[in-house]
Design a protein around this ligand. Structure first.
Ligand code: SF4
Length: 86
């Protein structure tokens, strides 16, 4: 079951310039990784709340913008690096 988590958030996060830093990610090993990739009609309150308590929040958001990520990063939802919802 851990493999499922490792192929979603955990495989995206180490793509940053400081993979070791992502060990502090609040979403690491979260039991519901799909919550970071909501459908357009779905709210992302769960992911936003986890991100709110994450020490990497600012870095995460900047990473998403700089590398064109989609999904919830730093408590905001992005589509190919563009902020969709906050
Ligand atoms: S800010 Fe959110 S998505 Fe980014 S590492 Fe922290 S918990 Fe994960």
């Amino acid at each position: 079951m851990t493999d499922v988590l490792d192929t979603t958030l955990s495989t995206l996060l180490p793509a940053s310039d400081d993979p070791a830093g992502w060990v502090d990610a609040a979403c690491r090993a979260d039991p519901e990784p799909d919550r970071w990739f909501p459908f357009p009609t779905e709210d992302f309150a769960y992911a936003r709340d986890v991100c709110h308590h994450c020490p990497l929040r600012t870095r995460c958001e900047l990473f998403a913008r700089a590398t064109g990520q989609s999904g919830v990063w730093g408590g905001k939802e992005f589509d190919r690096g563009r902020e969709k919802r906050a």
